[in-house]
Design a binder for this molecule. Structure first.
Ligand SMILES: Nc1ncnc2c1ncn2[C@@H]1O[C@H](COP(=O)(O)OP(=O)(O)OP(=O)(O)O)[C@@H](O)[C@H]1O
Length: 228
């Protein structure tokens, strides 16, 4: 399949009055795995926030999973977020409830009501990330890598077309980062489109894929070179 999941045309991204990225032209096709790299402060998170409508698109054109970012209304944002799975650096699991209840919370908030269907879905996504036996655990009983795998499972609950992962390995050691990347790569191999912001260049070398770099307010494709 080659239809576009995301298209940005001549977009400028601002934080308050400051221009962060300009002349952003980007097209991501169904099934791609795309890295966004760049130094701290170069605008990776601002770009991701624009994609999940945390920052409004005020300048340029943007379409993502059938939503028009330039004309998106406040009321549309929850519906956009159901078609996008978001994974953050700090996992953002609810600390006061089990893994299973974290999942139930999201399903109920997004309109699911049937208990059997909800539990089947939870089991399905936890199995996908290798966490099937951890449903009764509290987040604090899990390692960072396990928490991030649960967060990835949570992002899969509503079968999104696109996963946006903003520094998903930023809090993890190299070995655990590689394991989380393997989970994301497997999900991508099963057909999900993934955009991942990172400054972990070692990971990029280990799992090469199409890469865009944010630098000097611009974003452009870079060709990865193997050093060994
Ligand atoms: N909420 C905000 N209000 C004002 N300025 C912001 C805000 N968030 C980020 N910025 C500024 O926007 C610029 C880009 O930040 P952004 O977080 O997008 O960079 P980044 O590449 O994701 O960095 P990092 O790798 O450190 O997360 C920085 O100069 C930052 O100070």
């Amino acid at each position: 399949m080659s239809q576009s999941v995301l298209s940005l045309k001549n977009v400028t991204i601002y934080q308050e009055e400051k221009t962060i990225l300009t002349e952003v032209n980007l097209e991501v096709k169904h099934g791609e795995f795309l890295y966004i790299i760049g130094k701290t402060g170069s605008g990776k998170s601002s770009l991701m926030k624009t994609l999940y409508a945390d920052l409004p698109l005020t300048d340029g054109e943007g379409h993502i999973v059938d939503f028009d970012l330039a004309t998106l209304k406040e009321d549309d944002i929850p519906f956009l977020r159901r078609k996008i799975g978001i994974v953050f650096q700090d996992f953002k699991l609810l600390p006061d409830r089990t893994v299973n209840d974290n999942m139930l919370f999201v399903l109920k908030a997004t309109g699911w009501t049937n208990n059997v269907e909800m539990q089947n879905k939870i089991d399905e996504v936890l199995t996908k990330v290798g966490m099937r036996d951890f449903g009764k655990k509290m987040p604090h009983q899990l390692s960072g890598g396990e928490q991030q795998r649960v967060a990835i499972a949570r992002a899969l609950l509503n079968d999104p077309e696109l996963i946006l992962a903003d520094e998903p390995t930023g809090n993890l050691d190299p070995q655990t980062s590689a394991e989380v990347l393997e989970v994301l790569k497997k999900i991508n191999a099963n057909g999900k489109t993934i955009i991942m912001a990172t400054h972990d260049y070692a990971l990029l070398m280990k799992f090469p894929s199409k890469t865009l770099k944010c630098e000097d307010s611009k974003i452009f494709e870079v060709i990865q070179q193997r050093t060994a």
